[in-house]
Design a protein around this ligand. Structure first.
Ligand SMILES: CSCCC(=O)C(=O)COP(=O)(O)O
Ligand SMILES: [Zn+2]
Length: 208
């Protein structure tokens, strides 16, 4: 048994995370998509529309960071995740990002349910858990980037590129309202740890 997802080949690690997230209710009903860099110019991403609790290593596609174009399919007939453009935007903007995890969590939807208007950020609670995002202040004012959900994912991806290229996000995560969080890290394990930490912080907000 590996101690860290980083000790596993990327597709093995992502399939393991998908099983874990599915068991926790974060990837129900085919929701969510996971990716990890293969090299600076490419990343592996889950195929679209598959039940994420039972992925095999051939359920991934290799795509380009530059334009999300498919380079290799694990098996015939697979299409890349509908949200590949959001992953590509993150890898293009952050050379340190090596894994990117998106799930649909109830608490993420609840945390923004009472917000008025269309704020661009959500203030996270100043709890110890923000240290998962390398925020070390005693009373941190950590802002999570918020995006409106849209049926056209390419528009969300363009908005992510446009906003993050103007200003790098303080937290290595974003939340699409009424949809779910996407979290990235310098390795698969760090992205996984951060996803759990964000869930903790959003659970706190949702329960207030
Ligand atoms: C019920 S899932 C709707 C699509 C979505 O938001 C998602 O995360 C899964 O899409 P994919 O194409 O990656 O399977
Ligand atoms: Zn989604």
């Amino acid at each position: 048994m590996a101690n860290s997802f980083d000790d596993l080949p990327p597709r093995t690690a992502l399939a393991g995370i998908a099983r874990d997230f599915h068991a926790r209710g974060w990837m129900g009903g085919t929701a969510g998509n996971l990716s990890a860099r293969a090299d600076d110019a490419h990343f592996w991403i889950t195929a679209s529309g598959l039940p994420k609790g039972s992925l095999g290593e051939d359920d991934f596609l290799l795509v380009r960071v530059a334009d999300g174009g498919v380079v290799e399919r694990g098996r015939a007939g697979l299409a890349p995740s509908a949200e590949t453009g959001i992953h590509a935007a993150i890898y293009a903007l952050d050379p340190q990002a090596r894994a990117c995890l998106h799930g649909h969590t109830v608490v993420a939807c609840l945390a923004t349910a009472r917000l008025k208007g269309r704020p661009k950020t959500l203030r996270l609670p100043g709890l110890e858990m923000v240290k998962a995002f390398e925020i070390w202040e005693q009373h941190p004012k950590a802002e999570l980037a918020l995006f409106e959900n849209q049926p056209d994912v390419a528009r969300i991806a363009r908005e992510v590129r446009s906003r993050f290229s103007r200003r790098r996000p303080a937290i290595s995560a974003l939340l699409v309202r009424d949809h779910g969080p996407t979290v990235w890290g310098r390795g698969v394990q760090e992205a996984y740890n951060r996803f759990e930490a964000l869930d903790f912080l959003l659970s706190f907000l949702a329960s207030r």
